[in-house]
Design a protein around this ligand. Structure first.
Ligand code: BTN
Length: 358
């Protein structure tokens, strides 16, 4: 889906002012709940602001890409032109922890830059610390989206491109649980929002649309890639102090790779808005992230796995030049840090901590 970029000069938007977020959220709520134009007097009254302040607010929303129509009867946002942006005022209680870009190189780089720059003020606002809540960096589109092993991640409008940043103090040995949890909770969320997307409910042909997890961090629909998770971290000694989880999900965007797919291709008009997906996802994820050692990550990942119990071939892309090949066998289990346990043809066990799985 190719949308026109909004007429916004600044590519970056971080709203510190909670009131601005509230006003924009409420104005959009009111406009969305009415099929007719909302009179200016009513809108200004409900927001508790003057007509001039309302005019400014509407102009700002227009600049940001909301095609709000103004006429004698008031303001109207036609449902079919709602841009479904992922800005702070669209994401309810998470709005004050969101940094939003219409276009940027990569949310991974932005998230790391933001964390380094803002650590002192985040500390002051209790948004930084071992039990702090996640911080989200979101882009509508990325020019240099990055996948695992420095591969390109195509990021046209309509997809979800997000980095979840966490300040934690956890041993390096368990950090692999974080991307597993992020993937498992995302699949769980999609199963709830898209009835019929769980492989079990998709008989007689579960391989077609069933959304599942492929080790280590792929989200599949049938056999095609729907999304992926990337892990970057900040390490001190053998402890991890900062975790950045990059999530890419094909929602309404077109995909060019024949081995990839988007939700809209599979589920058409049943696909919820991107903001509904993120609101549900954040709610579930934040609940699961409360426990820093993430003991639930592996059991939850196993529930949605399409890797375990199957024959696999593991390749190490970075070892190819050095002549290091992978291994083949049956994926029998996950280790406590998210490693794949593979039983080879001669019965021996290999514990694989990274690589591509086919
Ligand atoms: C993979 O499967 O290779 C992981 C893909 C991760 C892509 C996401 S999109 C948001 C974040 N920013 C990036 O540049 N990459 C991740």
């Amino acid at each position: 889906m190719e949308k026109k970029p909004p007429n916004v000069n600044q590519q970056f938007f971080m709203v510190n002012n909670i009131l601005v977020i509230r006003h924009r959220a409420k104005a959009l709520d009111i406009l969305r709940s009415s099929s007719k134009p909302v009179p200016i007097k009513t809108l200004a009254g409900e927001l508790g602001i003057t007509r001039v302040a309302l005019w400014k607010l509407i102009r700002k929303l227009e600049e940001l890409g909301y095609p709000i129509q103004a006429n004698r009867d008031g303001y109207h946002l036609p449902k079919e032109h709602d841009p479904d942006l992922l800005c702070p005022w669209e994401l309810g209680p998470y709005g004050s922890r969101i940094e939003w870009f219409f276009k940027t190189s990569s949310t991974m780089e932005e998230a790391k830059k933001f964390f380094r720059l803002h650590t002192p003020s985040l500390q002051k606002n209790r948004m930084y610390g071992p039990d702090s809540k996640p911080f989200y960096t979101i882009a509508e589109t990325q020019t240099m989206g990055r996948g695992r092993y420095q591969r390109t991640w195509e990021s046209p409008l309509g997809g979800i491109y997000l980095t979840i940043s966490l300040h934690r103090n956890v041993p390096l040995t368990i950090v692999g649980r974080y991307p597993l949890l992020a993937g498992a909770v995302l699949v769980e969320t999609l199963h709830t929002l898209l009835p019929g997307s769980s492989p079990a409910s998709f008989s007689p042909s579960p391989a077609i649309h069933g959304i599942s997890l492929k080790w280590p961090n792929d989200i599949l629909a049938g056999k095609r890639k729907l999304g992926g998770i990337l892990l970057d971290m900040e390490v001190e000694g053998d402890m991890v102090t900062g975790i950045h989880l990059g999530i890419g999900l094909n929602v309404r965007n077109r995909v060019r790779d024949p081995n990839a797919v988007s939700l809209i291709e599979l589920f058409g008009h049943f696909v919820p808005t991107r903001r509904e997906i993120l609101l549900q996802y954040f709610r579930r994820l934040e609940r699961a992230l409360k426990e820093p050692y993430l003991k639930t990550a592996i059991p939850l990942w196993k529930r949605f796995s399409s890797t375990l119990g199957k024959p696999v071939r593991i390749c190490f892309p970075e070892g190819r030049r050095a002549g290091i090949t992978g291994c083949t066998g049956i994926a029998v289990d996950l280790g406590s840090g998210g490693e794949l346990i593979v039983q080879t043809a001669d019965g021996s066990i290999r514990v694989v901590s990274h690589g591509d799985c086919y």
